[in-house]
Design a protein around this ligand. Structure first.
Ligand code: ATP
Length: 500
């Protein structure tokens, strides 16, 4: 790896985690440059590739075709989404009564949310719950260069759903279209728009053709994380008129999902899934499933019959940042990384006791070292003081380097970037000395205000850390020996130093 690249990301993990905690961004967004491979690999398998013909076996059917039936109890968290979807399914479940009451058939349900949150699981559970045939396709399977091909695939899909339901003597079919934004984008916006528009028009026509009283009732379940791209015609009443938000799980949801995926795995007595749930803010269900799988692989590699808390912690880091790298740092660089990370950790612990989940100088992908923070509870609003403290935590690595080595390194560039971003958010939330500002704030004023906030917090951070240098040295010596430290171990060391 080129030297500049290596320098660029020292301590990046810290700032990334701080921001994840503050704004609830998902790790895939924050850590994209660091862990493209891991997240990419996790997402494969959830998306179907193009199949030349829409064959039932390839598209996946529930139960009868051998795909294990998924029920709503296999889906962790998402209580609200499950409730809304169940309500929408009443029509299929009680179609005779609905018809008697003159209720028009529900034709489409749109599941909206980030990748890996369980949208496909929901659609499968819906098929199982309503004893429907299940066909799954991806929007990209309809994208063709030749006009008319996508449209004929849509027709084929609906007729296949009907035929399969008749064959299996079922009264309903659920067609799940993942990445529906690819086929349902606003008309006229695509380069080869004639083909795209014809495909979408065909989908609308097919959905309009779904009438109550038909032998086979078809429900289309679409999934997307870009609802803004969809053509308004898809969202009007009578088409996808039920929109179900499938968000990243909160702490209780994460615990529920961990419990589901841990059910078939032997856990050691020291395991606290609650603690892992607290440390995985921003993880999707797919991340959590992968985490447990990685932990089980680690236990297997170590020749243990049970998964320990250590395996789970290690797996959290692997899922967040990728595989350990075998990059060899010079002794001097290693020491600098250690001081940098301990600087972040000490400040994080001082502003929010109990916040450090782990500190490491084992590099992973592009991060040379990082700290992980635990969120006590999911938080959605932040005060000015909390934002200023988050800026201090970001700056603490660079300030610590300065206090120990007399100067900083380029490794803090990522931290500074995050601190600037936080300061910018403060300005536009009306939390800076400028008070309430409009989006047309002149760039020069914005930059000056951000620089002022950062300078002030830098000074404050320096003051705090200057009084802690002896303690930081002790903790850093320990970290250099051990390479990785859990939050509790770090707190014990900090408490010991503070007491003496
Ligand atoms: P994409 O948008 O990328 O297609 P998705 O939202 O459809 O993703 P799924 O395919 O349903 O996500 O989930 C992928 C895997 O992640 C599931 O097979 C399951 O192992 C796990 N998973 C995701 N969400 C949940 C959840 N809420 N409960 C339990 N497991 C989950």
């Amino acid at each position: 790896m080129k030297k500049w690249l290596k320098e660029l990301v020292l301590g990046g993990g810290c700032a990334l985690v701080v921001l994840a905690l503050l704004f609830g961004w998902e790790p895939s967004l924050l850590i994209l440059p660091l862990s493209v491979v891991t997240l990419g690999a996790m997402l494969t398998g959830t998306r179907g590739g193009f199949t030349a013909r829409l064959k039932p076996a390839k598209l996946g059917t529930v139960a009868d075709s051998g795909v294990p039936p998924v029920t709503f109890s296999d889906i962790g968290g998402q209580d609200m989404a499950k409730r809304e979807l169940l309500e929408a399914l009443t029509f299929l479940k009680e179609s005779r009564r609905s018809r008697q009451l003159g209720i028009r058939p529900l034709k489409g349900v749109l599941l909206v949310g980030p990748p890996g949150t369980g949208k496909t699981l929901m659609a499968k559970a819906a098929a199982n719950y309503t004893a429907s045939v299940f066909l799954a396709v991806s929007g990209s399977q309809f994208v063709q260069m030749y006009a008319g091909v996508g449209a004929s695939r849509v027709r084929q899909l609906f007729s296949q759903a009907r035929a399969q339901a008749e064959r299996e003597k079922k009264s309903s079919a659920i067609i799940f279209i993942d990445e529906i934004d690819v086929l349902g984008a606003k008309r006229g916006t695509n380069a080869s728009h004639l083909e795209y528009d014809q495909t979408l028009n065909e989908l609308l026509t097919q959905m309009d053709g779904v009438e109550s009283g038909q032998d086979v009732q078809i429900l289309v379940v679409g999934a997307t994380n870009r609802m803004d791209l969809l053509d308004p015609a898809l969202l009007r009443p009578g088409r996808f008129d039920r929109i179900v938000q499938v968000d990243l799980p909160d702490k209780a949801g994460r615990l529920h999902i961990l419990g589901i995926h841990a059910a078939n795995k032997p856990l050691a007595e020291d395991v606290s899934l609650e603690q892992i749930a607290a440390e995985t803010h921003g993880f999707s269900g797919a991340h959590l499933e992968s985490l447990l799988n990685e932990a089980a692989i680690a236990a297997l590699r170590a020749g243990r019959g049970v998964i320990t808390q250590g395996d789970l912690r290690e797996a959290v880091e692997k899922v967040m940042l990728g595989e350990k790298s075998n990059r060899l740092l010079s002794a001097e660089e290693r020491e600098r990384v250690a001081y940098h990370e301990v600087g972040h950790a000490v400040l994080s612990e001082l502003v929010r006791p109990g916040s450090v989940a782990s500190i490491t100088i084992v590099s992973r992908n592009r991060a040379l070292g990082f700290i992980r923070q635990a969120s006590q509870d999911d938080q959605y609003l932040y005060t000015r003081d909390q934002l200023l403290q988050a800026i201090q935590v970001c700056l603490a690595g660079a300030v610590m380097e300065e206090l120990i080595f007399g100067q900083r390194s380029t490794g803090a560039a990522n931290d500074i970037e995050q601190a600037v971003d936080l300061a910018r958010r403060m300005v536009f939330a009306g939390l800076s000395p400028l008070g309430v500002v409009g989006s047309d704030l002149p760039a020069a004023v914005l930059n000056k205000t951000i620089a002022g906030i950062i300078r002030e917090q830098e000074e404050r951070t320096r003051e705090i850390l200057r009084g802690r240098v002896a303690e930081v040295k002790e903790i850093t010596a320990h970290l250099l020996r051990e390479e990785t430290m859990g939050g509790d171990e770090f707190r014990l060391l900090m408490a010991g130093k503070q007491a003496s």
